[in-house]
Design a protein around this ligand. Structure first.
Ligand code: MTE
Ligand code: HPA
Ligand code: MOS
Length: 801
């Protein structure tokens, strides 16, 4: 059989909603026409990081103008606790507060403004408790949301001793606010007989459904959740759309009126979790060439006050601690630290970028100490193709293209030539210094929890030949609906304008996973394909029966159905005839990712179906007087497999990269000594703007199919672009290193704000190396201490002090 060229798949078609986006007519949750009786809610938040609630007087709130209802935990009719992993978060504070910003009550009023004004009238008396505010404190006090995880191979203590080179160090890396343009919002209303209809800006409608059912004490079939689209989610709406959805549903049930909760940006910052910030301690031994012999990491991840998704995030950090490198002997301790702050959650990359940063920072150190180009040390440590190819979690890397991909980028970016130019520039300039770095990325695709890797679809073909596809994924701007529509159009041989994707709806496809882990197209595309193939099979059977066609000769293409000289009909006419012959024109579809499995206890198995590879080369310039930096040029090479939509995919790579640049350079979350997040609005929290994009940004796709049978041989696009921005951070470190004596490692924490760059410049001027030799970090002893039984671990639902 010849390989047919695709008609729709592989084309750079516009995002299916692009025209609506630019016209301002794309409907987001807050744009849904409101019922006249709609109430608006606001959430009352804790003013303390950790305290017992002595008294909560809400009488002034309840009697404020426009207020119709006030609810607290006592008003939750069903389960009072919820969480995506374990039910350890009260819907509203339960006798105590565990972070500054925690929801304590909610108010529904006749307007948004009146609800917000009423909230401020609460009189709450607290008795302060001792808070844990930093990861250092949390690690010392063994304050964990989940037990530590430890994996190791080889006699690491002895290998570290043997060196022949060895050093230790420490890195702090800040968190990141998702900063979706559309804030958290939910709109709930009652139907007859206890039905709840909920519109939620969420990556996870099924979880919102289950949660509402759970807290209202109703079966799931009474709750219907819909999401047309989000104005961005970036992980921040994977689980944490729930407090808003819960408040809307609860107040709708209480008042019998439709209720909308639309969080103000500052409230959104104060209530919801962010990317996990962390501290890592490391100890590494390596040869004179820079080949790693053994490495120990202690990753201290700030989880905030509850577990949320932190277990899976921390696991993914561990899973990406190798990046593209073979680690022969390793010891990785992952601490999931409980702090009195927002519960950190999913953010594009989901711990992966944090894991990759650890090893890249260490490799950068090694190169500095040995006086080598970091790219050479990277290459020396790459996974082999047929040997040195087993990951720390015992998965064989079968699809390794890092060698070819990095070689190609090295050539196309003219890395070696520009390295010389940068050196020259730095020799000639005293104030301005340039830096260059080329960093690879290997990113594992699949939810690490195997059961989540399933999806469903429901496809209707109407008698006019138009098709409506519903699938379990959600659209957040990433182009999932465009790609799924392309898949359906391709399978049915019809044009894109004949295919429409409906809102995500829990009453159409049930029990869906979050649209996350970059698997949206992989899972839902395959499920939609399955549905389309089932309909096609019924149609083929009809053609065989009715027209005497040989099933193999029937072609669905260019809006036509053709079978030799027996039929040439438009698709519409053909399905009309099939309908008259009572052929079902709709079908469900299902997909589960093959091959994957993994043991949660030992963190071993094959958690990922395949890997995405990428690399970026970044050039920066820093001002050594002010500490400011500018990204001058970036070249990115991305392994998209056989891209379903190159234009949409290009947007993902550019957007992910720039978002990563924000994480590592300008976005700084800062809590004061009392645990109050002070950077809670764009006035103080700086996401990249258009002027932060480099003048030269070259993105190319690496020509490579997917070795696994992924949808149309494509690869995931959502998250792996983000960690390519580590190149920018290390280019800044490179620029600082140009001011240091040979062999000195630059102590640079992330984000590399102007202050941190200045501080690092001062440190290297002093010649002091923060990475002190030995002594400080004893991985072995720390593991033993961390794994001792912990008495104070909070259990699910552990509420009252
Ligand atoms: N792109 C846009 N425009 N908006 C988003 O919110 N989220 C990212 C990524 N790209 C996001 C995005 C995250 S965190 C993930 S996991 C994936 O998209 C999810 O979509 P996918 O699985 O369909 O790629
Ligand atoms: N990635 C992203 N989101 C998730 C995952 C994951 O591995 N597991 C649960 N939610
Ligand atoms: Mo993305 S962090 O997996 O929602």
């Amino acid at each position: 059989m010849s390989v047919k060229a695709y008609q729709t798949v592989g084309k750079s078609l516009p995002h299916e909603s692009a025209h609506l986006h630019v016209m301002g007519s794309a409907q987001y949750t807050d744009d849904i026409p409101e019922f006249a009786s709609t109430l608006h809610a606001a959430i009352g938040m804790s003013a303390r990081a950790h305290a017992r609630i002595v008294s909560m007087d809400l009488s002034a709130v309840a009697s404020a103008p426009g207020v119709v209802a006030v609810v607290t935990l006592d008003d939750v009719p069903g389960e009072k606790y919820h969480g995506p992993y374990q039910d350890d978060e009260p819907v509203f504070a339960d006798g105590k507060v565990e972070y500054l910003g925690q929801p304590m009550f909610a108010v529904a009023a006749t307007s948004h403004d009146l609800a917000r004004r009423a909230v401020s009238l609460a009189k709450i008396e607290y008795e302060d408790l001792d808070p844990v505010l930093t990861v250092e404190e949390g690690a010392a006090r063994k304050s964990y949301v989940l037990p530590p995880v430890h994996i190791s191979k080889g006699n690491v203590p002895s290998l570290l001793e043997q060196g022949p080179n060895r050093h230790q160090g420490e890195l702090h890396c800040g968190g990141q606010e998702q900063f979706y343009l559309e804030g958290q919002v939910a709109y709930a209303m009652l139907g007859e007989n206890n039905e709840i209809q909920l519109y939620s800006s969420t990556q996870h409608p099924s979880e919102m459904q289950a949660m509402v059912a759970h807290i209202l004490g109703q079966p799931a079939h009474t709750v219907k959740v819909q999401c047309r689209r989000m104005g961005g989610g970036f992980g921040g709406k994977e689980s944490q759309s729930w407090p808003f959805a819960a408040a809307a549903a609860l107040l709708a049930k209480r008042t019998g009126r439709p209720v909308k909760v639309r969080a103000d940006r500052d409230d959104d910052f104060m209530i919801t979790g962010k990317r996990h910030d962390f501290r890592v301690l490391y100890d590494v031994a390596y040869t004179d060439d820079g080949l790693i012999k053994a490495v120990a990491f202690e990753q201290q991840l700030r989880c905030g006050f509850s577990a949320d998704l932190s277990g899976a995030v921390a696991d993914r950090q561990v899973f990406h601690s190798d990046n593209a490198y073979y680690l022969e002997a390793f010891d990785i301790l992952s601490l999931r630290i409980k702090t009195n702050s927002q519960s950190n959650t999913a953010f594009r990359g989901f711990g992966g970028p944090q894991g990759i940063l650890c090893i890249e920072y260490v490799i950068d150190d090694i190169a500095r100490r040995l006086g080598k180009d970091p790219l050479d040390v990277r290459k020396l440590n790459f996974y082999g193709r047929t040997e040195r190819n087993v990951t720390p979690y015992q998965m064989v890397v079968e699809d390794n293209v890092v060698h070819e991909l990095v070689d190609q980028l090295e050539a196309s970016s003219k890395y070696r030539e520009r390295r010389k130019q940068v050196d020259q520039f730095n020799a000639q300039n005293r104030i301005l210094k340039k830096g260059l770095a080329l960093v690879p990325v290997k990113f594992g695709i699949s939810f690490t929890a195997t059961f989540l890797n399933q999806a469903g679809a429901l496809l209707h073909v109407y008698t006019d030949g138009s098709a409506l596809i519903n699938h379990g994924g959600t659209e957040m701007g990433q182009g999932l609906n465009t790609k799924v529509a392309q898949v359906v159009a391709e399978e049915l041989g019809i044009d894109m304008d004949r295919v429409r994707v409906s809102s995500t709806d829990t009453s159409k496809v049930p029990n869906t996973s979050a649209t996350a882990a970059s698997t949206g197209t992989d899972l839902n595309g395959k499920a939609a394909q399955d549905a389309a193939r089932k309909i096609k099979a019924a149609l083929v059977e009809f053609a065989a029966d009715h027209y005497g066609c040989d099933a193999h000769d029937i072609v669905f293409r260019s809006n036509q159905v053709v079978c030799g000289d027996r039929i040439t009909l438009s698709f519409a006419d053909f399905v009309q005839k099939a309908y008259m012959a009572r052929v079902p024109l709709w079908s469900s579809g299902f997909y589960k990712t093959p091959k994957i499995h993994y043991d949660l206890k030992t963190l071993t198995g094959r958690p990922f179906y395949y890997f995405v590879y990428a690399a970026a080369c970044a050039e920066v310039i820093i001002d050594t007087l002010t500490g400011e930096n500018r990204l001058v040029r970036a070249d990115i090479l991305y392994d998209a497999g056989r891209s379903i939509n190159p234009a949409v995919d290009l947007g993902q790579v550019e957007g992910g990269f720039i978002q990563g640049v924000g994480w590592l350079t300008t976005e700084e979350l800062w809590w004061d000594a009392k645990g109050k997040l002070m950077t809670h609005a764009p006035s103080t929290y700086k996401i990249p703007s258009v002027s932060d994009c480099p003048e030269a940004l070259h993105v190319e796709f690496f020509e490579n199919g997917n070795t696994e049978n992924n949808i149309f041989q494509s690869k995931a696009m959502g998250e792996p672009p983000l960690p390519t921005a580590i190149s920018v951070f290390l280019a800044i470190r490179d620029a600082i290193a140009s001011t240091a004596a040979p062999g000195v490692t630059v102590p640079l924490d992330a984000p590399a704000t102007a202050e941190r760059v200045l501080w690092a410049l001062d440190k290297v001027k002093e010649g002091s190396e923060l990475c002190a030799d030995m002594a400080a970090f004893d991985a072995d002893a720390n593991v033993a201490a961390a794994l001792e039984p912990v008495m104070s671990m909070p259990g699910p639902g552990a509420g009252n002090v």
